[in-house]
Design a binder for this molecule. Structure first.
Ligand code: NAP
Ligand code: MG
Length: 488
């Protein structure tokens, strides 16, 4: 790439002063129990596991590690609530609870944003402007469906499935909880939710919100723990449906465990999204779209545009501008309102990113990383772009799940489509072009669940989201998201 642009540290008076959000807004308890049957269990009754702030490695709180018996109690509570309360509550009544939860999320949004940023490492600007508002929007949206299920296109009087076991990852903790809980509750199911080990806190604040909303006990139960807790939920014979978001590896294991059991299953797994850039695309918007596609949430995004496919005629220009823009990304304190890229969520994820980046270098790709200074403490990775990438390189095939972009080039739309589809995944793609006809031609041929045109990483509760092939099956969001929780 060309001569080095100025880094943030060299911008002089153009540099931003720190604008930190207050960590004290989080008001965390030192330790948390499990949320079962409407109440928190005594934290002292369980083994406690710390959850860290990945930006500092400091312990934020400790949470209970749910074992098999705890999961069993949670599933029984959900079953009892289903039989005695929720399955006989009208859709209009269920809607009132969902509206209440949505409003309470809005009321406590500042606190939730701080908790999310502390526990996950994502920039406060993202938790404040994306995660929390979208979580509330999902509850609002599905509240609207709760009394209209007869009109959802699944025939008259569609029935809920019963007890849903829901296992979520660490990249969008509260938002994934909302994606799972809101449609399940609207459709009349009760839930047992298992948050990720490294990001349990916003789900526990949500449990407080469910109490505030006076949701009947047992309708939602939250069991914190690790992969073994998730596995116990999958194994439990009292669960009618498993909804899982996470790695393809674990998704595959879950599907194998459930084979022949008649338990309903939806899987939202990994991806290796292609962001396809044609030479007629408006370049400034496109550069922002590429940046947003891979550096949003440190690249911890299943649908990230982690492969940039750029038309050869504009490749030099795009790469030059991209490098300049990457150099300007502000990396650091996630609580600072000016931060663009925060901390990597865990030591384990950082190790995985480092391993794949080392593989990219040793396989012959050319690495460019931002010259930004990284904090001493915590887990960090500088925004990185690889050029000279071949389709066989690991960085072109495997999900890195970090702020690392692999750039490939193409000459014709046919070549773009064939390279984009040359993956075992099929979650999302982006197409950038001024010509609608070309965008549609390409979109029709891409094998992916979500295709964005002249934008990337745009989410809305009304729009179904999900994958094909190794990215999983089932849809979340929209009318289609209800089908995952109805016997249709
Ligand atoms: P993961 O292991 O699949 O974790 C996802 C969720 O499943 C977590 O709640 C996890 O619990 C739980 N879990 C783990 N093992 C389980 C088992 N055997 N049975 C049931 N539940 C189980 O994902 P990860 O380790 O956090 O991340 C690994 C890779 O997955 C990432 O590098 C990325 O490529 C991909 N990923 C994709 C998404 C996505 O949105 N599609 C999200 C996250 C990660 P614990 O967290 O407590 O272990
Ligand atoms: Mg944490």
């Amino acid at each position: 790439m060309s001569s080095r642009p100025l880094a943030n540290s060299e911008l002089g008076w153009l540099a931003y002063d720190p604008a930190p959000e207050s960590a004290s807004l989080a008001r965390l308890a030192p330790s948390y129990g499990l949320f079962i049957n409407g109440t928190f269990t005594d934290p002292g009754a369980h083994e406690q596991v710390p959850t860290l702030n990945p930006a500092t490695e400091a312990t934020l709180a400790t949470v209970a590690h749910a074992v098999d018996e705890d999961v069993d109690r949670a599933v029984r509570a959900a079953r009892h609530a289903y039989d005695t309360v929720w399955s006989v509550t009208s859709g209009a009544e269920r809607a009132k609870y969902l509206f209440r939860i949505a409003r309470l999320i809005q009321e406590r949004s500042r606190e939730l944003a701080v908790v999310e940023t502390l526990d996950n490492g994502k920039p406060i600007r993202e938790s404040r402007d994306v995660d929390i508002p979208l979580a509330a929007a999902h509850f609002f949206y599905y509240a609207g469906w709760a009394d209209k299920l007869d009109h959802a296109g699944y025939g008259a009087n569609p029935r809920p499935l019963g007890v849903a076991g829901q296992i979520i990852p660490w990249n969008f903790p509260l938002l994934m909880a909302a994606w799972k809980l809101a449609p399940a509750l609207a459709a009349g199911n009760t839930c047992v939710l298992k948050p990720a080990e490294t990001t349990p806190l916003s789900a526990l604040i949500l449990a407080e919100i469910l109490q505030q909303a006076e949701l009947p006990p047992g309708v939602v139960n939250i069991v914190t723990g690790d992969g073994a807790t998730g596995a116990a939920l999958v194994e439990h014979p009292g669960v009618d449906k498993i909804a899982f978001t996470g790695s393809t590896e674990v998704g595959r294991a879950i599907q194998a465990r459930l084979a022949g059991r008649g338990t309903h299953l939806t899987l939202e797994l990994g991806g290796k999204g292609a962001n396809i850039v044609f030479d007629d695309a408006p370049i400034d918007e496109m550069i922002e779209g590429i940046i947003d596609g891979i550096f949003f949430n440190q690249g911890h995004v299943c649908c990230a545009g982690s492969r940039l496919l750029v038309q050869e005629t504009v490749a030099d220009e795009v790469l030059r501008r991209l490098e300049r823009r990457v150099e300007q990304l502000r990396v650091g304190d996630p609580l600072d309102k000016n931060t663009d890229v925060g901390a990597i969520n865990s030591r384990a994820q950082l190790t995985r990113i480092e391993e794949l980046v080392a593989a990219g270098e040793s396989e012959g790709a050319t690495r460019y990383s931002s010259s930004c200074a990284l904090p001493e403490q915590g887990y960090w990775f500088a925004p990185t772009v690889f050029t000279d990438v071949s389709q066989t390189h690991r960085i072109a095939r495997e999900e890195i799940f970090g702020p690392v972009l692999s750039v490939l080039t193409f000459r014709t739309p046919e070549e773009a489509v064939s390279k984009a589809n040359n993956t075992t995944y099929g979650l999302a793609c982006g197409v950038w072009s001024e010509k609608g006809s070309r965008t549609l031609w390409v979109a029709e041929r891409l094998r992916a669940g979500v295709i964005w045109a002249n934008t990337y990483n745009r989410f809305d509760p009304t729009s179904p989201f999900g994958g094909v092939r190794e990215s999983g099956f089932g849809r979340e969001g929209g009318r289609q998201g209800l089908a995952a929780y109805l016997d249709v």
